[in-house]
Design a protein around this ligand. Structure first.
Ligand SMILES: [Zn+2]
Length: 103
């Protein structure tokens, strides 16, 4: 899927169509000072009961039972930044894509 780097679309802050610069939205790593950080959860003893309930270890717990890597395509989210007000919104694409590029 090829998407232009600048597209003209509706900005909900300007309430009209403006030029937006496009980039691919990625998951931001959660900060260590955030309320839901793993370090904080462990310190507060939120892992209740006996053992760590499979939550904390050398490997992520999800890899033990979930089938990952089964799909060859991804759903890509676009991060749109309004060139007028500089506000950013994230827009999900409907279709799954194998290749994604901005041009
Ligand atoms: Zn705007």
């Amino acid at each position: 899927m090829k998407i232009p780097k600048i597209i003209n679309t509706y900005c909900k802050y300007c309430k009209k169509h403006t030029a937006h610069s496009v980039s691919q939205a990625r998951v931001k790593e959660r900060g260590s000072l955030k309320k839901g950080s793993i370090q904080r959860a462990m310190k507060r003893g939120l892992g209740k009961g006996h053992g760590n309930l499979g939550k904390y270890g050398s490997k992520p717990a999800i890899s033990k039972w979930k089938r990952t890597g089964a799909k060859g395509s991804k759903r890509v989210d676009l991060r749109l930044k309004c060139n007028v007000c500089n506000k950013t919104t994230v827009k999900a694409t409907r279709s799954r894509v194998k290749k994604f590029s901005l041009e």
